[in-house]
Write a protein that binds this ligand. Structure first.
Ligand code: G1P
Ligand code: ZN
Length: 543
């Protein structure tokens, strides 16, 4: 086996975001496209000679081909060892767990998260650092800069490896270990949660449905829920990862997890329902005929955290992204914990977790997690819920209603306007910015504005400042309207409007959120002139 140095020319636009480089499969299939990007990653890192790299993906179309290329390039570039998931499979939280456990130099995750997969759909590649989390901006910028001037890459001339046999092999001087993708992650979960109690719950006839959406959590959920915790066979549905996710959209929300939602809201529904996304970092939680918003889920889990063995000593703090509802803040206040409000994106939690300032964190976009890894973690949230259900012995809706009765309910909804003309969207945001000072202190449709600003965040650990993170209109009763443009969309712009209102009175906790929020929803449309500026009279997605 010999190392080849192949000549290449740059591709424009190899600019990774915090969730990596995401493009159509056909883009990745262009000659040297993947190779250029992988070499740019390696060229941007220092000190990995002889070190360990973790490698795996969510099983989507092009996963296996990409892994073979990356293995040969890692060998040619001097990595000492690669830990690769069997069949090329590793969930995003599992990669984070394995990097940390084996003190690896870093990891590469192949995924486009919740975007559809298949020959005409999306592929993605993301680099994670030794702490287990996504590469910080300085690293992703270096990778991008390198990709724009790259002229050659190194690859080992070797036959493809068998990724399906667990065991050790070599590629030139580099050791390759095909590992069980689930074992290390399952072991970590076993330390955080009371598996005995959860086993007893299932043994007592508790019924659950987990929708893996033909994505990466299938093998994880089957092993942990059915094999280790004794949930009946069939608890996990759509459990085989497929290259095209069975034609579905592996995003765990009320729209895309339709089979699960139909069952949970139908006759004879199971006690508990959950789903995860393509790469396993998102989660949706359902009770019988009941949907738990991600914001409420974070608040409930934090309020009851000490029921799980891994958090018995209590939390150090709670962190939530700014648009996430303020329900977790109320729990933090009651428990005397610090509460952090960060910009959107998991990367902003990294410093707080590393510094031991926060233990639980979450986003309204179906992301929940803790300091056990440095990614959000779908199955972690599901197991945390199972641990609570096993301890509290109440139905999901009962737990949430009791939570509202004690802390009050933060009615909450997100309205997305997808595929909006980019210039119209920018104009709408500029219009809002221009009016912030005007609206401050005013009464608008009966809501008095306490504060209106463009959210800026100073990281309490490194002092860095992130500006323009979303427009907040905060009212004197704590209600809020938040506007921001999506940073992950691929077509046009996506305007996200987040609406929240607090209700203390338990007699008023049973309203439909859209009804409870109607006044604020109307006001949100008026303030931003949404219909006039975008031509849209209604959002495309409401969650
Ligand atoms: C979306 C979510 C955000 C999440 C990100 C990555 O980003 O809103 O909370 O961190 O996906 O999963 P957005 O499209 O809003 O920029
Ligand atoms: Zn994801």
């Amino acid at each position: 086996m010999s190392v080849s140095i192949r000549q290449t020319t740059p591709y424009e636009g190899q600019k990774p975001g915090t969730s990596g480089l995401r493009k159509k499969v056909s883009v990745f299939q262009q000659p040297n496209y993947l190779e250029n990007f992988v070499q740019s990653i390696f060229d941007s890192l220092e000190g990995f000679q002889g070190q360990t790299l973790v490698l795996g993906g969510d099983g989507r179309y092009f996963n296996r081909e990409a892994i073979q290329v990356i293995l040969k390039m890692a060998a040619a570039n001097g990595f000492g060892r690669v830990l690769v998931g069997q069949g090329g499979i590793l969930s995003t939280p599992a990669v984070s767990c394995i990097i940390r456990k084996y003190r690896a130099f870093g990891g590469i995750v192949l995924s486009a998260s919740h975007n559809p997969g298949g020959p005409s759909e999306d592929f993605g590649i993301k680099y994670n650092i030794s702490a287990g989390g996504p590469a910080p901006e300085a690293v992703t910028e270096a990778i991008h800069a390198r990709s724009q001037v790259i002229s050659q890459y190194k690859i080992l001339e070797a036959a493809d490896l068998d990724l399906d046999q667990i065991g050790a092999t070599r590629l030139g001087a580099m050791a390759v270990e095909v590992i069980d993708p689930v074992a290390d992650y399952a072991e970590l979960m076993g330390r955080l949660f009371d598996f005995e109690k959860i086993r007893a719950l299932f043994a007592g006839g508790f019924r659950m449905r987990f929708d893996a959406m033909h994505a990466v959590t299938g093998p994880y959920a089957t092993r942990i829920l059915e094999d280790l915790l004794g949930a009946p066979k069939g608890t996990v549905i759509h459990g085989t990862p497929l290259p095209d996710f069975g034609g579905g959209h592996p995003d765990p929300n009320l729209v895309h997890a339709h089979d699960l939602v139909a069952e949970m809201f139908g006759a004879n529904a199971p006690d508990f329902g959950a789903a995860s996304d393509g790469d396993g970092d998102r989660n949706m939680i359902l009770g019988r005929g009941f949907y738990v918003t991600p914001s409420d889920s974070l608040a409930v889990l934090a309020a009851n955290a000490t029921l799980a063995p891994g958090y018995a000593a209590g939390l150090k703090g709670i962190a939530r992204s700014m648009p996430t509802s303020q329900a977790p803040d109320r729990v933090a206040r009651a428990l005397g914990l610090p509460c952090f409000e960060t910009p959107t994106g998991w990367k902003f939690f990294g410093n707080l977790l590393d510094a031991g300032m926060a233990t639980f964190c979450g986003e309204e976009s179906f992301g929940t997690g803790s300091d056990h890894v440095r990614e959000k973690d779908g199955l972690w949230a599901v197991l945390m819920w199972l641990n609570l259900l096993a301890e509290l012995k109440r139905p999901v809706d009962g737990i949430v209603r009791a939570h509202w009765a004690r802390y009050g309910r933060n009615y909450y909804s997100r309205h997305d306007y997808e595929g909006v003309d980019s210039r119209a969207a920018e104009g709408l945001m500029a219009h809002l910015r221009a009016h912030l000072a005007v609206w401050s202190g005013q009464s608008l449709n009966g809501f008095t504005v306490a504060q209106a600003d463009d959210f800026a965040y100073t990281d309490p650990v490194d002092g860095s400042i992130s500006r323009k993170q979303g427009i907040r209109v905060i009212f004197t009763d704590g209600s809020r309207i938040v506007y921001r443009l999506s940073g992950t969309g691929t077509e046009g712009a996506t305007l996200r409007v987040y609406i929240e209102r607090f209700e203390a009175d338990p007699a008023r906790h049973d309203q439909d959120p859209q009804t409870a929020l109607a006044g604020l929803i109307t006001l949100a449309g008026q303030l931003a002139e949404i219909e006039h500026r975008t031509g849209r009279s209604a959002p495309t997605v409401i969650t």
